[in-house]
Design a protein around this ligand. Structure first.
Ligand SMILES: NC(=O)c1ccc[n+]([C@@H]2O[C@H](COP(=O)([O-])OP(=O)(O)OC[C@H]3O[C@@H](n4cnc5c(N)ncnc54)[C@H](OP(=O)(O)O)[C@@H]3O)[C@@H](O)[C@H]2O)c1
Length: 251
């Protein structure tokens, strides 16, 4: 199949592209670094020529609900319209397990994106995954102030981005299903514990302060809803410790 990966240069997008390449699919990466701006539509039409499946792993880093919603709904609309014109057969969007529990800020935007895709005529699959093992590093970059890292209280079942990549390619190969089983990791852990383990593994001495914050978003993160339901979810194999020791983690 010819598979386009929107955000194919990003944290998980790279892994999706690798998984699709490994399995012998033809891949097309849509990202500004590769000359395609999905938000403005520049270069999109040409890039989707002959594409069978589009996997959307785009991202914007903001907690502002209006900005994030503008990004995710505009990019999804642009992709869906361009796919329809190009005759693509399947739109897959990567979303987040349990996000309705934190329906504010960034998560409200991802929910709006899911609803837009659900309402579209394009055959689609919404694929939710838990936080990636790589998420701890993403948070560290945003919340470290000198000798201190702030970690909002968050309970999760993190999963390796590499396994998310393979999960999404499985879905591409299976065909449109509207909704895929959630993908969660093999163990439950808090974000603060992930960061502490990562620091211990990497020999970094820095204090991690876990914060319980008010409001729908932060209460949702702390509630445990993001862990999903292991009874119905697909469970990834790689633990956070195994990931720390793997080549995917480069301190
Ligand atoms: N992080 C997690 O733990 C987690 C868990 C579950 C689901 N997710 C979901 O996974 C998705 C990807 O997250 P991530 O952390 O892997 O993202 P990321 O590392 O921030 O990567 C974002 C990607 O989007 C591309 N991009 C941004 N704006 C663009 C534009 N206007 N046009 C074309 N490409 C654009 C970037 O490439 P350029 O900069 O080159 O344009 C990059 O390839 C998100 O939808 C997120 O909600 C994340």
């Amino acid at each position: 199949m010819r598979i386009a990966i929107a955000g194919g240069t990003g944290m998980v997008g790279r892994r999706i592209t690798e998984a699709a390449d490994e399995r012998g699919h033809e891949t097309v990466v849509l990202s500004r670094r590769r000359g395609v701006d999905v938000l403005t539509g520049d270069g999109l039409r040409d890039a989707l020529a002959g594409v069978d499946v589009v996997i959307d792993a785009l991202n914007v880093t903001t907690q502002n609900a209006r900005r994030a919603t503008e990004f995710f709904t505009t990019t999804s609309r642009n992709l869906l319209e361009a796919e329809e014109r190009a005759g693509a057969r399947h739109h897959i969007v990567l979303s987040i397990v349990g996000l309705e529990a934190a329906d504010a800020g960034y998560y409200a935007a991802k929910l709006a994106q899911e609803r837009l895709v659900e309402a579209s005529a394009q055959p689609h699959t919404i694929a939710r995954a838990a936080q990636f093992h790589e998420f701890a590093g993403q948070v560290i970059k945003l919340t470290t102030l000198g000798p201190l890292t702030l970690a909002p209280r968050m309970l999760s079942r993190p999963v390796a981005a590499r396994e998310v990549g393979h999960h999404l390619v499985d879905i591409a190969e299976d065909g449109p299903a509207r909704r895929a089983a959630d993908l969660v990791g093999p163990e439950e852990i808090t974000l603060a514990a992930m960061i502490r383990r990562q620091y211990a593994h990497d020999g970094i001495s820095r204090r991690v302060l876990e914060l319980r914050l008010p409001g729908t978003y932060w209460r949702g993160l702390a509630s445990g809803a993001l862990r999903g339901d292991p009874a119905t979810a697909r469970i990834g194999e790689m633990t956070f410790e195994q990931w720390l020791d793997s080549e995917d983690h480069r301190p």
